[in-house]
Design a protein around this ligand. Structure first.
Ligand SMILES: Nc1nc2c(c(=O)[nH]1)N[C@H]1C(S)=C(S)[C@@H](COP(=O)(O)OP(=O)(O)OC[C@H]3O[C@@H](n4cnc5c(=O)[nH]c(N)nc54)[C@H](O)[C@@H]3O)O[C@H]1N2
Ligand SMILES: Nc1nc2c(c(=O)[nH]1)N[C@H]1C(S)=C(S)[C@@H](COP(=O)(O)OP(=O)(O)OC[C@H]3O[C@@H](n4cnc5c(=O)[nH]c(N)nc54)[C@H](O)[C@@H]3O)O[C@H]1N2
Ligand code: SF4
Ligand SMILES: [Mo]
Length: 775
């Protein structure tokens, strides 16, 4: 049966039978239809509907929220949103319930003699400001830090960066997106010189083949995945799931190809080898628009404190690159990766076919990787060699996870080395930011300090003494968690946590600030396709809760920065956004004015002459192209994208006799990360009540383990015990296990490894060695 997302209603009418929704739901895993949802919308309700982006993932679906008597009571997909065209997934439809958990934090709590005591917001903010002053006086500026989030709104991140980098004068600003998107960023910067995808979601409507490089899209980007499935119904496109584990995405795909962890590096090189060997290179594109480079190898894994790495890129020739690829014949790579020669050639043939448009999609499989920057480069290589880039349907597309990982962390620049425009290492960039911030340029230090893992190491060592944590739950999500939890709890550390519920992170706080959440305040998020979306305040926050932005502003004023933070309570979001736009006031990055964001479902940047730029670097669509050619990779001084020579190197810790399995971790569709919100939504919690370990059925049989049996996992960091899951949600490959991290009672990160990509500093949560035993 044919269906489109836009005429979903008539499709549903046509189906008009009880089983229809069940059938559709199995075609669109994780997706719910409005009809199903509407059963829950109160009849005769006189609802006030307002639009905004969904609270949860980086897809950035447009939702309509219905409020009544000051409460959010209904959600539906916004049919006018080009992102989701009226659809939502289970999390989107239940998002408003996340506001109303029974144990919402409503008042500031201050730890006194080991107990939390209620205080007024004013007192709590006074205490935070005085502690910051005290710490700076005693230990210096670099002893205070802020750790934020890709779930920060744009104004939250902007206020944090301005306060810490511009006013206080420390680069101790990081965000959880380091754990998530950092390799995507360094991948973009090394290959193209500019961050974020060149294409947009419309690529899905044009591509013939989709290759997912270790992205469980059916569960993690469900509505976007439904757009792929919809295209398959309409146009017969092919979906290839290239992954280490069989998931719902694999079963929905046309072809599932499994590879051994880390060997994607080798397979990507083998695909390039095949493309060259078969004469599928787009020679004129490569000659005009690409150059070749190599960097240092054997970079290490960042396992020691203060580990640094600086790459030394070197130009090479196409011939050098071809010689390098001789090591990556499909035959050789097949042995290493477990992928058959036939399947390697199969993937290469789609990339090589000039008549097929190919979209590659990825997320944490490629980013949480000790060679995360490299594997991002390698997938770009495939698209560059074949010239399949920056055109509708030909698109290497790095997906983001959080609702504003792009908007806030990457665009506002809430990472230690970043500024909204440019980097702290560059004098002109510092001067430019300082001017807009109204601070002396000398205030902004020219050296980055700590990336996330190193920031928590510094807290453990005592180099950092004060940390403010907003919209993130690191005491569940840091790798090798025990070290960082013990470190944060040491004497002489002062931790402020802004959250909406009690979590393992609020457990270690000296001050807990209750935050106004999502539609309880006004803000903007930026999604995976460079789309900035605005939402207004729709309901009041509970108790004394105020937004993270306003918390920062109040503390900034108490620290004496009234001049830099002159914003008025009623208009501060608009004032901040208007100020923020000045940082990006150029044809390569213009952000749309607020009126535009308010009047439509957001806008894609660069927003130039009243128009979104949908495909960057392509002169047909992108007014910033200026070399007179069809394509212009203007992020690089010579206008050329770089094809990188990057070898396969093993993971930081591989299975051995003592720890014979691979441990992989990740997510499930029902829960958002640490479950702090989704576990308070009864339907989602009941659907997925606790964490488990997935085993391959052969391994389970050998160890006589059945679903529900207790299993002990032991790594070099410690052990945990949890129930087994066999042939349920996902199926790992033999000698591999998988554990989701949403359950704060089963802290899988207590046993993960804190190795990271030395270029991006993003940890590899997908690979370490583990022993598996029946408990
Ligand atoms: N329901 C729900 N949706 C979410 C989230 C959530 O918590 N819940 N979180 C959001 C966020 S922040 C993120 S970052 C995304 C994450 O989205 P995904 O990256 O899709 O999800 P994960 O479960 O983290 O990772 C799963 C994938 O890692 C791959 N993998 C493992 N090892 C390797 C390897 O060596 N190489 C490669 N290439 N792949 C490998 C596996 O094949 C698997 O497909 O989801 C977003 N969407
Ligand atoms: N083992 C393992 N660990 C991982 C990963 C993995 O794949 N495996 N993935 C990593 C990745 S990609 C990511 S993105 C991180 C995510 O890691 P985290 O960001 O630590 O996880 P969240 O649960 O999203 O934390 C968000 C917190 O903000 C709170 N909150 C919600 N709304 C608001 C608000 O408006 N204001 C404030 N102040 N608080 C609010 C929530 O209650 C919650 O406690 O986890 C990383 N950790
Ligand atoms: S796909 Fe993501 S953005 Fe869309 S409704 Fe689901 S959680 Fe929200
Ligand atoms: Mo993420």
């Amino acid at each position: 049966m044919q269906t489109t997302l836009t005429d979903r209603r008539s499709f549903l009418k046509k189906m008009a039978m009880a089983s229809a929704i069940a059938a559709a739901a199995s075609m669109f895993p994780g997706i719910m239809f409005a009809a199903e949802q509407e059963k829950g919308i109160p009849k005769n309700a006189n609802l006030d509907w307002k639009k905004g982006p969904c609270r949860f993932c980086g897809v950035g679906c447009g939702v309509l929220v219905g409020t009544e008597n000051g409460k959010a009571v209904a959600v539906k997909g916004d049919p006018n949103s080009p992102v989701n065209k009226g659809l939502c997934c289970v999390k989107g439809y239940h998002s408003i319930m996340a506001l109303y958990g029974k144990d919402r934090l409503t008042h500031p709590l201050v730890k006194k003699n080991g107990r939390y005591v209620k205080t007024s917001m004013d007192e709590a903010l006074d205490l935070i400001a005085s502690k910051m002053k005290e710490t700076i006086a005693e230990h210096g500026k670099d002893a205070v830090s802020i750790y934020g989030s890709g779930q920060w709104t744009i104004p939250d991140g902007y206020a944090a960066s301005k306060l810490f980098k511009g006013c206080i004068g420390t680069n101790n600003v990081e965000a959880n997106a380091r754990l998530c998107m950092a390799s995507a960023v360094t991948g973009f910067l090394t290959s193209f010189g500019l961050d974020e995808p060149m294409g947009c979601y419309e690529d899905i409507d044009h591509a013939d083949v989709f290759v997912l490089w270790g992205n469980n899209m059916a569960e993690m980007h469900p509505v976007l995945f439904s757009r792929l499935l919809d295209q398959r119904l309409k146009r017969g496109v092919k979906i290839i799931d290239f992954a280490t584990r069989t998931t719902r995405t694999s079963t929905a795909a046309d072809k599932s190809i499994l590879f051994l962890p880390q060997t994607d590096l080798a397979v990507a090189n083998a695909i390039c080898y095949e493309i060259i060997k078969n004469g599928w290179v787009n020679n004129s594109f490569v000659e005009k628009h690409c150059s070749f480079s190599k960097g240092l190898t054997n970079m290490g894994y960042g396992l020691e404190d203060n580990y640094t790495f600086t790459d030394k890129p070197e130009k090479i020739s196409f011939e050098d690159y071809k010689t390098f690829l001789e090591d990556y014949t499909p035959e050789k790579v097949s042995k290493l990766s477990g992928v058959s020669v036939r399947d390697i050639k199969y993937m290469a043939s789609y990339y090589g076919d000039p008549n097929k448009k190919v979209m590659s999609l990825w997320c944490m499989g490629m980013n949480q990787h000790t060679r995360g920057t490299w594997i991002n480069n390698l997938v770009y290589n495939i698209h560059l060699l074949t010239g399949k880039i920056s055109q509708p349907g030909n698109s290497p597309f790095s997906l983001t996870g959080q609702p504003s990982a792009c908007g806030t962390v990457r665009e506002v620049g809430t990472l230690t080395h970043k500024l909204p425009h440019g980097v702290v290492m560059n004098k002109e960039h510092r001067e430019f930011a300082a001017k807009i911030w109204g601070v002396p340029a000398e205030n902004i230090p020219s050296k980055p300090t700590y990336h996330t893992v190193e920031m928590f190491r510094a807290l453990d060592r005592g180099d950092i003494r004060f940390m403010w944590i907003q919209v993130t739950n690191p005491m569940v999500t840091m790798p090798k968690l025990k070290r960082y939890r013990d470190g944060a709890k040491k004497e002489g550390r002062f931790i402020v946590v802004s959250d909406v519920y009690p979590t393992p992170t609020t457990d270690i706080a000296d001050v807990i600030l209750p935050s106004a959440m999502w539609i309880e305040r006004e803000g903007m998020y930026g999604n995976s396709e460079r789309r900035t979306q605005y939402f207004e305040q729709m309901v009041d926050p509970p108790g004394e809760a105020i937004s993270d932005t306003w918390q920062l502003i109040e503390v900034a004023k108490r620290l004496g920065y009234e001049k830099q933070f002159p914003y008025k309570e009623e208009t501060h979001i608009e004032e901040i956004y208007t100020e923020y736009r000045k940082h990006h006031d150029n044809i390569k990055h213009n952000m749309a004015p607020l009126e535009v964001l308010k009047s439509q479902s957001g806008a894609i940047w660069p927003y130039v002459d009243g128009k979104s730029t949908k495909w960057r670097f392509n002169a047909k669509y992108d007014p910033a192209c200026s070399n007179g050619e069809d394509f212009h990779f203007y992020g690089k001084p010579d206008g050329k994208a770089i094809i990188w020579q990057r070898p396969y190197e093993p993971a930081a810790e591989e299975p051995d006799n003592e720890y014979p399995y691979w441990l992989n971790t990740g997510r499930v569709v029902e829960h958002w990360h640490t479950g702090s919100m989704t576990r308070r939504i009864p339907v989602l919690h009941q659907a997925m009540p606790h964490a488990y370990v997935e085993l391959h059925p052969d391994d389970a049989e050998r160890m006589q383990i059945k679903t529900g049996d207790a299993v002990r996992l032991t790594t070099r960091r410690g052990e945990i015990t949890l129930p087994a899951s066999i042939n349920e949600r996902g199926v790992p490959a033999p000698m591999q296990v998988f554990v989701p991290f949403f359950d704060e009672n089963i802290l899988i990160n207590d046993i993960t490894l804190d190795s990271f990509c030395p270029i991006s500093k993003e940890p590899d949560y997908k690979k370490c060695a583990v022993r598996v035993e029946k408990a």
